[in-house]
Write a protein that binds this ligand. Structure first.
Ligand code: FAD
Length: 491
């Protein structure tokens, strides 16, 4: 188990990140990344502290972070969730790509090594290496947005999405790009593959591999920082601490040794690594654990805002708060149901129930948009009557006005109200807040993709059979064709 200091030290390498037209010299101190590095560092301190119960004894007898656990029972799933929830709470659910996300995928891969054929040993070896060194792995598994109507091999140039440029005796050279590396700038390794369906002819793109962040030729182009230009954490508490950064990742002839290649020119294995192993369900189990923590935090802010403004006494406001409560409870309930109704697969792995897991995954963009809309409605213009920065709160010329006019009849001081409403704005209106609405809508694929998961995993046989039974129970008047239960079952 490594602590926060060791995590920070691990980032001081020769990685190539560009932001604002310049190469980042030290990601741990650069203003765009220092806030999130500090946050993840505190999280590693948390998991390293035995008092927090975030470790487990591995199948090899070593002690590791529970994020790497291969769950073998319902109890294991619960233990994993409780540890991940502690981390999610540490960022109020606002760090989507904390280290436990891809760790869950790696555990899923390693639990079904047969999917990787003769490359299985490499998958297990890397999983154990990451687990035993408590590494932070992120991923890029989506081709860049260029022409979504065309297959990888039909794009204008051969290496726009990442693909195999050269095969060597000791490994492969990859060239191209992939989106969208959240937290990659502050991680140790990158997992790269393609989760969008590949077609015959796309074999050069049907790969998966891991690569250290300082590999020669690996370049990250980060989007604008939402942390760097902010006056203080008081003004933007989420932006300054939890902006994970997202990056376009470019592979300029990056060498990948064979032991880091999990899938090689195999369209079926590229798909099966996600869906033929428990990787996707375990990754989404982590994602819903985080979402549950986030929704609790957001509805807590809603409740406090209405108390502060005295609107919580209005029945109409209680109705809106009730709707928020229902949405948060639904996500938490579906997470619990998927865990409770888990099944043990042929390799002895406990898989969260897909009906409930993907049921909530499919509704996530709708739920989060709705929660944000209701919070907007409840805060009104209060989020914009706050001063431009904390400085008005301390400047002798302005501080009295601030305290007199930005106040609450609850007895809360002016700065408490400003603090709360600035937090609400960081959720609903800042660039960070806007990015989070985009994140919840897209991080798992576009809405039509996630609803497709729900469609495929619900198990429509059961509801269709119910309707068939009902339809078979009556007929045309005068020509009753009602069948017995037994006849219906026989067909
Ligand atoms: C903030 C953020 C962080 C992310 N982090 C990561 C990360 O760390 N790693 C990672 O791998 N991915 C990450 N993603 C997800 C990923 O990069 C994509 O956003 C996601 O897979 C959807 O692809 P896209 O954005 O290109 O949207 P598109 O696939 O282009 O879809 C956009 C819209 O186009 C339409 N459309 C596109 N294709 C079709 C089609 N075939 N049929 C019908 N309609 C279609 C739909 O209206 C769709 O909503 C992140 C996304 C966001 C927004």
């Amino acid at each position: 188990m490594r602590n926060g200091k060791q995590y920070v030290e691990s980032l001081k390498d020769n990685r190539t990140i560009y932001i604002g037209g310049e190469r980042v010299k030290d990601v741990t101190t650069h203003p765009a990344f220092a806030g999130i590095v500090n946050t993840f560092s505190k999280m590693y301190d948390m998991s390293a502290d035995p008092a927090n119960g975030m470790t487990y004894t591995t199948e090899d007898g070593t002690v590791a972070n529970k994020m790497f656990m291969i769950p073998r029972s319902r109890e294991d799933l619960a233990a994993r969730r409780e540890a991940m929830y502690k981390w999610a709470e540490a960022t109020c659910g606002f760090a989507g790509r904390s280290p436990d996300h891809v760790a869950s995928f790696l555990a899923g891969f390693a639990s079904h090594p047969e999917v990787f054929g003769d490359r299985a040993k490499y998958v297990i070896d890397f999983y154990k290496y990451a687990r035993d060194n408590d590494l932070f792995v992120t991923y890029v598994i989506i081709p860049p947005q260029i022409d979504r109507s065309k297959a990888a091999n039909e794009q204008e140039e051969k290496f726009l999405p990442v693909g195999v440029y050269e095969e060597r005796e000791d490994g492969i050279v990859v060239r191209g790009s992939q989106m969208l590396g959240t937290s990659s700038a502050v991680s140790n390794y990158l997992f790269c593959s393609c989760i969008t369906p590949l077609r015959p002819g796309d074999e050069d793109y049907a790969i998966s591999f891991v690569v250290p962040m300082d590999a020669p030729g690996l370049k990250l182009y980060a989007r604008p920082s939402f942390a760097a230009d902010k006056p203080s954490t008081f003004d933007y508490p989420l932006s300054t601490q939890y902006d994970e950064s997202d990056s376009l990742v470019v592979f300029e002839d990056v060498f990948i040794p064979w032991e880091h290649v999990f899938v090689y020119k195999d369209i079926e294995a590229t798909r099966a690594q996600f869906h033929g192993t428990p990787a996707h369900v375990l990754g989404n189990n982590q994602a819903q654990t985080r979402l549950s923590a986030k929704l609790k935090f957001v509805i807590g802010v809603a409740r406090k805002v209405t108390e502060m403004n005295g609107t919580d006494k209005f029945p109409q406001v209680q109705e809106r708060l009730g709707e928020l409560a229902s949405q948060a409870a639904m996500v938490e309930g579906m997470l619990m149901a998927s865990e409770y109704q888990c099944s043990i697969d042929k390799n002895g792995v406990a898989r969260p129930n897909a009906r409930y897991l993907y049921g909530v995954v499919g509704m996530q963009d709708t739920i989060y948009s709705s929660v944000i809309r209701i919070l907007r409605e409840l805060v009104g213009g209060g989020v914009l009557q706050v001063p431009s920065s904390y400085k008005e709160m301390i400047n002798p010329e302005t501080k009295d006005d601030m305290r007199k006019y930005i106040r609450s009849s609850t007895g809360a001081k002016g700065e408490e109200k400003v603090k709360l409403f600035k937090l609400a704005w960081d959720i609903i209106g800042s660039e960070f807040g806007g990015r989070h609405q985009q994140y919840e809508m897209f991080y798992n694929g576009a809405p039509f993709v996630v609803k497709g998961y729900s469609f495929r995993n619900y198990g429509y046989g059961e509801p269709v059979a119910i309707v068939d039974r009902f339809l078979a129970s009556y007929g045309l008047p005068g020509n009753e064709t009602a069948k017995t239960e037994k006849e219906i079952e026989v067909g």
